[in-house]
Structure formats: structure tokens, C-alpha cells
Design a protein around this ligand. Structure first.
Ligand SMILES: CC(C)(COP(=O)(O)OP(=O)(O)OC[C@H]1O[C@@H](n2cnc3c(N)ncnc32)[C@H](O)[C@@H]1OP(=O)(O)O)[C@@H](O)C(=O)NCCC(=O)NCCS
Length: 189
């Protein structure tokens, strides 16, 4: 499988998604630190370590290899003239061949403006343009209603609910699997 995703996606209104690099480590660590209370209920990794610049540098250093292995693409969401970082969006192949999962979080001050919905929409479209991908997936806990509102708003279908041990303090363990599938072109007889 070889997956070719764009390095940068313009979302309009001065906002763009682009692959993050080691140079973004300080910005991300700072954003995580400022957003910890907002992230902790839902993101198992949200702790003091994830707000550390060295930790983020190590994580981002592995990104080129992860992209080469078709495993993971980490995008930052940036806005305004100063390209301020307002959120992180990941695409992952861990759900198996033909599938791309989208994960996301916004800076605590960046919510309620549609940024996450627009970014998830752009990544859904980018994923489904890839020939080897026919299904986009968003996974969230039933209690995370703000997260679940995103696939719902984008027309995803709730495929199933899985039970698993909660991984973060806000979770119930009832995990929603939302899917968007490529619509096969109709063939004329
Ligand atoms: C999940 C998360 C990204 C959702 O953020 P959000 O602010 O609700 O999402 P958006 O940026 O898409 O904004 C949507 C809101 O903006 C409003 N909005 C304003 N302008 C909009 C526009 N042009 N387009 C879409 N929505 C718009 C929407 O109505 C919606 O508000 P509502 O739910 O009150 O109707 C955020 O809550 C978060 O970072 N949570 C912590 C991490 C997390 O849970 N990640 C997901 C794990 S599964």
C-alpha cells in the first residue's frame, strides 16, 4: 500500500493544515500545556510529559518514517497572519487496509468556531481521494458529545458501538465507530 497525502491543505478563511515537523515541537508542547484540563477527560496521553518540548520533539522526529511506512500523518491546524497553532489532526492506518482513521484535538481557546469540523471534512475528502482508501473512520467515546458531533455534522454513519475499558477519565468505555465511505461511481450499462 502506498498512500500519498498532501503536505498542506488550505481551508480558506486564513486557515491551513500542514504536516508538523520537529520545528513545531515547542508550539505544540505549549498548546498542550495550556489545554491540559480541556484534553485530560478524553485524551489518554494528556499529562505533564506531553507538554514537554523534548517529548514532542521526539514524537515529531519519527513522523517522516511513519509517513514512509504508511502509518500516520500528523497535521497541525494553523490560522491567521501569524500562522498560530490551534489544533492537531492525525490520520492513521491502524484500523487496517483501505481505512484511514482521523483523530483530533483543538487548543482550549479555539473551539466553537467550526475549525475542527472544517479540518475533519478536508481530511475526509483528502483520504477518500486516495485510490487504496475506501473508508474514513472517526472513533470517540459516547460521552464525548462535542467530538461525536463532528462526524455527525459531516454526514458520517454510526456503524457500531464497541465496549472497551475506558482509557481517559471522561470516557464511559462505550466507543462509537463513525464511518464515511467512498460512493462507488455509477456505471452506465
Ligand atoms: C472535540 C473537539 C475538537 C470539538 O471541538 P468543537 O469546537 O466542538 O468543534 P468545531 O471546531 O468543529 O466547532 C463546532 C461548533 O462551532 C459552531 N460553528 C460555528 N461556526 C461554524 C462553522 N462555520 N462550521 C461548523 N460549525 C460552526 C458549531 O455550531 C459547533 O457548535 P455547537 O456544537 O454548539 O453547535 C474539542 O472539543 C476538543 O478538542 N476536545 C478535547 C479533545 C477531544 O475530545 N478530541 C476527540 C477525541 S475522540
Amino acid at each position: 500500500m502506498s498512500i500519498s497525502l498532501p503536505e498542506r491543505i488550505e481551508l480558506g478563511v486564513d486557515t491551513n493544515l500542514r504536516w508538523m515537523t520537529v520545528d513545531d515541537a515547542e508550539t505544540i508542547a505549549h498548546a498542550v500545556g495550556e489545554s491540559l484540563d480541556h484534553l485530560k477527560p478524553w485524551m489518554p496521553w494528556a499529562d505533564a510529559q506531553s507538554a514537554d518540548v523534548g517529548f514532542q520533539r521526539g514524537r515529531l522526529r519519527n513522523q517522516p518514517q511513519q509517513r514512509e511506512r504508511d502509518e500516520e500523518w500528523q497535521y497541525g491546524l494553523f490560522t491567521g497572519d501569524d500562522d498560530a497553532f490551534i489544533g492537531a489532526f492525525g490520520l492513521m492506518t491502524r484500523r487496517g487496509p483501505g481505512k484511514l482513521e482521523i483523530g483530533y484535538w483543538l487548543h482550549v481557546d479555539a473551539g466553537n468556531r467550526g475549525h475542527a469540523t472544517r479540518a475533519a471534512q478536508a481530511l475526509t475528502e483528502a483520504g477518500l481521494r486516495i485510490e487504496s482508501i475506501d473508508r474514513m473512520i472517526i472513533v470517540c467515546d459516547e460521552a464525548n458529545v462535542r467530538s461525536a458531533a463532528i462526524p455527525k455534522r459531516l454526514g458520517y454513519t454510526l456503524e457500531r458501538v464497541e465496549e472497551r475499558p475506558p482509557e481517559a477519565p471522561g470516557e464511559t468505555g462505550r466507543t462509537q465507530i463513525w464511518i464515511a465511505e467512498r460512493i462507488a461511481p455509477t456505471t452506465t450499462p
